[in-house]
Design a binder for this molecule. Structure first.
Ligand code: T46
Length: 139
């Protein structure tokens, strides 16, 4: 779990932020989606991914994330478009407190795959606490 500062390129016309594979984004981008129009009293997410890596940026408005790796929970306020939140595999995530104008852009390392989701918190905790095989340790 970590954040990355995105560097805007600015001139007299305005601002631009570029996100490239293996530079600002620490993986090869295979999918892009964006979330908007979320009502402020709803929580989204409430799952982990077995293998997916993602980078989330609030390009407008703000929202909060809680990330939980099974040992600790951290809260993040995404309230500027220069802040990226890296979300690795086997991290439980919830998003909440969306402002009406929030547009949450997410870059993902894999195509959409429902079988990659862990939607039960109990199952997530059991998987997160299970001893890691050598192949997973390097992720
Ligand atoms: C995540 C957080 C940050 C698709 O058809 N393709 C897609 O690529 C995605 C992401 C979703 N969908 C469909 C599946 C559902 O019918 O869109 C609907 C809403 O998806 P979901 O309920 O999973 O949305 P969130 O906001 O709970 O979670 C999403 C991502 O699914 C998840 O990977 O990490 O945003």
């Amino acid at each position: 779990m970590d954040t990355v500062e995105l560097i805007p390129k600015g001139d007299e016309r305005g601002m631009l932020i570029a996100l490239e594979n293996l530079k600002e984004v620490p993986f090869e981008i295979r999918r892009v989606y964006y979330i908007y129009g979320t009502k402020s009293d709803f929580r989204r997410g409430k799952h982990a991914h077995r293998n997916l890596q993602q980078l989330a940026v609030c390009v407008a408005g703000s929202c909060r994330f809680v990330l939980d790796d099974g040992r600790e929970r951290k809260e993040y306020l995404l309230n500027r478009n220069t802040l990226g939140l890296k979300i690795g595999p086997m991290v439980w995530r919830e998003m909440y407190d969306f402002t009406p104008d929030c547009v949450l852009l997410v870059l993902a390392s894999q195509p959409y795959d429902e079988s990659d989701y862990v939607r039960s918190y109990g199952e997530f905790l059991a998987l997160a606490k299970a001893p890691k095989s050598p192949i997973n340790e390097s992720l």
